[in-house]
Design a protein around this ligand. Structure first.
Ligand SMILES: [Zn+2]
Length: 336
C-alpha cells in the first residue's frame, strides 16, 4: 500500500509554507542562509539534535520558530519556498496550493514577501514536476488593516500572475481575532475573484461557526467542531472539509485517529480532502496521511484514488489543469 500511495500523483490543498519544511530541509535552509562554517549554523545543529531525540509538540512548534527566523530575509524565504516545493514533488504531489502570511520586517515589505514567494514558485515548478498555486493568508490575530493590505496586494499581483495567486486563506490562532471583523475584507477578496479557504470550527465556537457558514467559503479548513448539522450544510453546498489527521491529533483538537471526523464525512459521503497542514512541524507527508487513512478507516486503493479526484475537483486549478491531473491519476492507476 505505501508504495502505491507514494507513487500515486497527489493533490495537496492545505499546506502552510513555513510549517511544511522537514527537519532535513530546515537544516539545508540553515546551511544556505548562514553558511556551513558559520557559528549560527553550528549552534542551530546543536538545537536540532535535541529535536531528534524527543519530538513533543513543543519541540514541533519550536521548529516553526526556527523557520520564521530563517525566512525573515528575501533570500531565506526564496530558499524555503523552493525546498518546500521540492519536498512535495518528491512525495509525488502533482499539484500544491501553498499558503503563507505576507510579513513585513526590516528586510522586506509585504509586497516583497509575496513577490519573493511567487518568483520561487516559478522556478520551483520549472525544476520539478509540480504545479503550485499561492493563497496569501490573513492571520486573524493581526489587525484587520493588515488583512486589507494583504488583499489589496494579492489583487494587484494577481493581475500579472492570475495562474499563481488564486485564493485567500483565513487562518491563525482561532482563540484570537473575530471573524465578523474580517468578513468585509474577505468579501472584498471574493468580489475580486479569489476563492476562499477558511479555517473554520477548529475550536468549539458555535457563534463564529454560524457566521462562517452563513458567509460561505470555497473550502473549509479542519471543520472539527462542525457537528452533524454542519457536515450536512457542507454537503448541501458542496464545500469540502480539509482533513489533516496528524495535525489534528498531534495538536490535540482531535483525541485519536479513530475518532477523527473524516470517519463521519466518509459515512455521510460529504465532500472532503486529505491534507497535511504543516507536514514539517508534524513530521508527516501526504503519502503518510493517506496511509493513516487506510490503516484507520480501512480505505482501499480505489477509495484513495477517489479522494485524489475529489481533491482535483475542489482545487483552485483551471478546468484544463484539472483535466490534466485526472489524466495523470488514471495513467498511474492503469500502470498498476
Ligand atoms: Zn492550517
Amino acid at each position: 500500500m505505501i508504495n502505491f500511495l507514494r507513487g500515486l500523483p497527489k493533490v495537496e490543498l492545505h499546506a502552510h509554507l513555513n510549517g511544511s519544511l522537514s527537519i532535513e530541509s530546515i537544516k539545508e535552509l540553515a546551511e544556505k542562509v548562514y553558511g556551513q562554517q558559520s557559528e549560527e549554523f553550528a549552534e542551530m545543529c546543536e538545537r536540532f539534535i535535541s529535536f531528534e531525540k524527543g519530538a513533543n509538540l513543543n519541540d514541533c512548534f519550536q521548529k516553526f520558530a526556527f523557520v520564521h527566523e530563517l525566512t525573515s530575509t528575501p533570500q531565506g524565504l526564496d530558499y524555503a519556498t523552493q525546498l518546500a516545493i521540492r519536498d512535495f514533488a518528491r512525495d509525488n504531489v502533482m499539484y500544491l496550493e501553498l499558503r503563507t502570511t505576507p510579513k513585513s520586517n526590516g528586510n522586506m515589505t509585504r509586497r516583497a514577501y509575496l513577490e519573493t514567494v511567487i518568483s520561487a514558485i516559478k522556478r520551483g515548478t520549472k525544476q520539478h514536476e509540480i504545479n503550485v498555486k499561492l493563497l496569501p493568508s490573513i492571520n486573524r490575530s493581526e489587525p484587520v488593516a493588515v488583512a486589507e493590505e494583504t488583499v489589496a496586494l494579492a489583487t494587484e499581483i494577481a493581475q500579472n500572475e492570475p495562474d499563481i495567486v488564486v485564493g485567500i486563506d483565513f487562518s491563525g490562532n482561532p482563540n484570537q481575532g473575530k471573524f465578523s471583523e474580517f468578513a468585509p475584507v474577505l468579501e472584498t477578496a471574493r468580489k475580486h475573484g479569489f476563492k476562499l479557504a477558511i479555517h473554520c470550527a477548529e475550536i468549539d465556537n458555535p457563534v463564529e461557526i454560524r457566521e462562517m457558514l452563513k458567509f460561505g467559503m470555497s473550502r473549509c479548513g479542519h471543520g472539527t467542531y462542525l457537528g452533524n448539522s454542519g457536515f450536512a450544510h457542507m454537503k448541501q453546498y458542496n464545500i469540502p472539509i480539509e482533513c489533516c489527521l496528524t495535525s489534528n491529533v498531534k495538536s490535540g483538537t482531535v483525541s485519536s485517529f479513530g475518532s477523527h471526523h473524516l470517519k463521519q464525512l466518509l459515512l455521510a459521503d460529504a465532500p472532503k480532502v486529505l491534507c497535511t497542514d504543516d507536514c514539517g512541524v508534524f513530521d508527516t507527508t501526504l503519502s503518510d496521511e493517506f496511509l493513516l487513512a487506510t490503516e484507520t478507516f480501512g480505505l482501499t486503493q480505489s477509495q484513495c484514488i477517489d479522494l485524489i479526484i475529489e481533491a482535483v475537483q475542489h482545487s483552485f486549478a483551471t478546468p484544463e489543469e484539472k483535466l490534466k491531473m485526472k489524466m495523470q491519476v488514471y495513467a498511474y492507476t492503469r500502470r498498476q
